[in-house]
Design a protein around this ligand. Structure first.
Ligand code: GTP
Ligand code: CA
Length: 477
């Protein structure tokens, strides 16, 4: 009988194989750990706060720490909307402005890996609301800026500054953002003009087809190796909230008082029939955009009549087109070449026209639809949209009529080029930046005039060029 003899090699082979497999696993784990480490450290970050008149947004950007070919994808990683109103609303309680940023900055700490905190630049740019506060009460505006600066310096990030940006900067940033988004700066195709409607100011920026006659409206810089020569203007007080005050203020001033004991009844064609609220004159006149009137403490009845063409007539009164010291003007004596090329209209231009589904029609049809909307009773509007913020909802007729009047009577768009305007929601930002190409050049110019009449917004892109790449702001401050 054959006796089965145990293979003397059997046990060592098993042990050997086990060792090989174990070693393999260890090596694989080690490799993945080593690989994981750079993965973990792959990104750098930047934080930009856009402190607008109506609210503050915090943007977190990220880009690869090690750029291949000197080219990095920079993208918007996260956005946080600060609770409450804009920082300029804290004029009576400046400390509150800094405190208001806490929750969003806490979120930023969570989103950005701790080991990157100390090298992450943080920058705040304030726009029209702070510009108005500075005009009204410079000390208060400084206290508010101090307060937000202190709050940002308290964080583990690398504080870069907090300031009010100029109207030209705001216009140019909006233009760069729009053209980055559509990747126009990397293509030889044409660029898009930019139309930004904020709460307190509005900007128009485009490549002009004619000479710029006013120095204050011209901006030159180089991006991605291309030189750009832009026309830009920012109208302070012509954002949609301030324009509503201007327009209501004019109406109140021209409304006779029936007698001394009864409040004024302001019959307003820009609000729906059946809309009827009591307001204090203070809510209209509490702005440096208008001269102070005596009746600030009085009440008035705000009564909607819902008439689009009368609304438009009343809004026209806030545009002065009676004088122009140049060959052509938009309004208020401001030089503007004729609009040319395609435009991207964002912020409130988009919020309002998108809500009313007026983004795709001819100018004529847009007017017809808006006329019908404005004449719809307030009760019906409120019932149809129970979940929409009542303040926004009550103002859409005014806002859209203001938008049409601004574009047509102000900037001189016509039914022929109306459809050159695209109403766009600013999307998440994914762009390719070639650091060497972000060369920035300025036209020596005085910003003083513009500082008085215009204001800027930190749009998403250029401020982070400033903050992230530590390039002096494009206009060389
Ligand atoms: N209808 C509507 N309005 C909005 C919405 N979000 C903001 N707004 C209003 O639209 C206007 C413009 O908003 P923003 O572009 O954020 O204005 P801002 O940056 O605070 O103001 P500026 O400093 O003048 O640029 C303000 O009156 C806001 O109150 C929205 O979702 N719907
Ligand atoms: Ca803005």
């Amino acid at each position: 009988m054959e006796v089965k003899v145990k293979n003397p090699w059997h046990r060592p082979v098993v042990i050997f194989l086990a060792c090989v497999i174990t070693a393999g696993i260890i090596i694989m784990v080690a490799i993945s750990v080593v690989q994981y480490k750079p993965l973990h450290q792959k990104y750098k970050y930047g934080i930009v706060l856009d402190a607008g008149s109506s609210h503050t947004s915090v943007f977190i950007y990220e880009w690869p720490a090690e750029k291949e070919n000197n080219t990095g994808m920079v993208r918007q990683k996260h956005t946080c909307n600060v609770q409450g109103k804009g920082i300029s609303s804290y004029s009576d309680n400046p400390m509150g402005a800094g405190t208001s940023l806490k929750d969003c900055m806490e979120e930023a700490k969570q989103k950005i890996p701790a080991h990157r905190h100390h090298e992450t630049p943080v920058y705040l740019g304030a726009t029209a609301g702070m510009r108005l506060l500075k005009m009204e009460n410079e000390e208060a505006s400084e206290k508010v800026l101090d307060s937000v600066a202190r709050s940002l310096k308290d964080l583990p990030f690398s504080y870069q500054g907090a300031r009010i940006i100029s109207g030209q900067e705001e216009g140019a940033f909006g233009w760069i953002t729009v053209n980055y988004l559509s990747e126009n700066l990397r293509k030889p195709t044409g660029t898009l003009g930019a139309l930004d409607l904020g709460g307190a100011s509005t900007q128009i920026t485009f490549v002009p087809q004619q000479e710029i006659e006013s120095h204050d409206n011209s901006i030159d810089f180089r991006l991605y190796g291309n030189d750009y020569h832009l026309y830009t203007h920012s109208f302070l007080c012509y954002g949609k909230d301030q324009a509503l005050k201007l327009s209501m203020g004019k109406k109140i001033e021209s409304t006779p008082k029936a007698d001394e004991t009864h409040p004024i009844e302001l019959r307003d064609p820009c609000f729906h029939p059946g809309y009827n609220f009591t307001r204090t004159a203070q809510t209209v006149f509490n702005t440096p955009c208008m001269k102070k009137v005596k009746m600030a403490n009085e009440n008035f009845f705000h009564v909607g009549t819902g008439n689009w063409s009368q609304c438009r007539q009343s809004i026209r009164k806030i545009f002065n087109t009676s004088y122009c010291p140049y060959s052509r003007c938009s309004f208020n004596g401001v030089f503007q070449p004729s609009v040319s090329g395609n435009f991207g209209a964002f912020s409130a231009f988009f919020f309002v026209m998108d809500f009313l589904k007026l983004t795709n029609d001819s100018l004529d049809l847009t007017k017809q639809k808006l006329a019908t909307y404005c004449s719809t009773p307030w009760k019906e509007i409120a019932e149809t949209h129970p979940h929409i913020n009542k303040k926004y909802l009550s103002e859409y007729c005014f806002s859209a009529t203001y938008i049409l009047t601004l574009l047509e009577d102000g900037y001189k768009f016509t039914s022929n080029n109306w459809n050159d305007i695209s109403f766009i929601k600013k999307r998440k930002l994914t762009i390719v930046l070639d650091e060497a190409d972000v060369v920035v050049q300025t036209t020596p110019k005085s910003l003083h005039q513009a500082e008085v009449i215009a204001v800027g917004a930190v749009a998403d892109v250029s401020e982070y060029l400033h903050a992230i790449f530590q390039i002096p702001s494009i206009f060389g401050k």
